[in-house]
Write a protein that binds this ligand. Structure first.
Ligand code: 5RP
Length: 225
């Protein structure tokens, strides 16, 4: 099975949790994009849902598939959010933000009654940290935040696009990817990073996911926190 096939299996399984009338959080990244495409098919067949997207890209994709979109002017809570992850660790502690959308993802998922992660089995890890931990930073604070992350031995690297241009998030901030290796105590690392003024958000999603649908050779496994 290819990684893309596994992603599709997880995304399809997630559709089984969607009910008519729900307000959904729509994630970002390739697995979420497959979910949104599959959701679009269901909408064509008559399913009525509204969504709030976690990135401009997911918003545009949902719009192109005629999925109704709403805003936090209209809703305060979501029934269900579906999103991918870069790493899924014990207790469903996650690293997210590989696609640069961690800020909106965390906002949307923080108000979802249920947050389901969709991923292929390569994302499951015993300890978080093999994947660089993204930290979103206000541009003018970049030098001081960089020094403070260095002092925490988190080894921050400024994110660029493959063409060398600076990566700027949907909210106009920049990203420092912390190539820090194993994160033995994610709650402490999250608190240390959050204490730095100029940090907007970080990619550790702790105690947020309710379920992970992890697809691999043996099918889709349901993993609880
Ligand atoms: C984007 C994310 C994505 O959910 C994460 O990068 C996983 O992406 P993919 O499904 O493409 O592997 O956090 O900010």
């Amino acid at each position: 099975m290819t990684q893309d096939e596994a992603k599709r299996m997880a995304a399809r399984r997630a559709l089984e949790f969607v009910e008519d009338g729900m307000v959904l959080g729509l994630g970002s990244g390739t697995t979420s994009a497959i979910f949104i495409q599959e959701l679009g098919e269901r909408v064509k067949q008559g399913l009525k849902v509204r969504g709030i997207a976690t990135s401009a890209a997911s918003h545009e994709l949902a719009k192109s598939l005629s999925i109704s979109l709403t805003t936090f002017e209209e809703v305060s809570e979501l029934d269900l959010a579906i999103d991918g992850a870069d790493e899924v660790g014990p207790g469903l502690a996650l690293i997210k933000g590989g696609g640069g959308a961690l800020l909106r993802e965390k906002i949307v998922e923080s108000v979802a009654r249920r947050f389901i992660v969709v991923a292929d089995s390569s994302k499951l890890v015993a300890t978080l940290g093999r994947f660089p931990l993204p930290v979103e930073v206000v541009q003018m604070a970049l030098p001081i935040v960089t020094r403070k992350l260095e002092a925490l031995n988190l080894n921050p690297k400024l994110r660029h696009h493959p063409d060398g241009s600076l990566y700027v998030t949907d909210e106009g901030n920049v990203l420092l990817d912390c190539v820090c290796g194993a994160i033995p105590d994610p709650a402490k690392t999250a608190a240390d990073i959050r204490a730095i003024v100029g940090v907007v958000e970080h990619g550790l999603f702790l105690k947020m996911a309710s379920l992970a649908l992890i697809a691999g050779e043996d099918g889709v496994r349901e993993v609880l926190p």
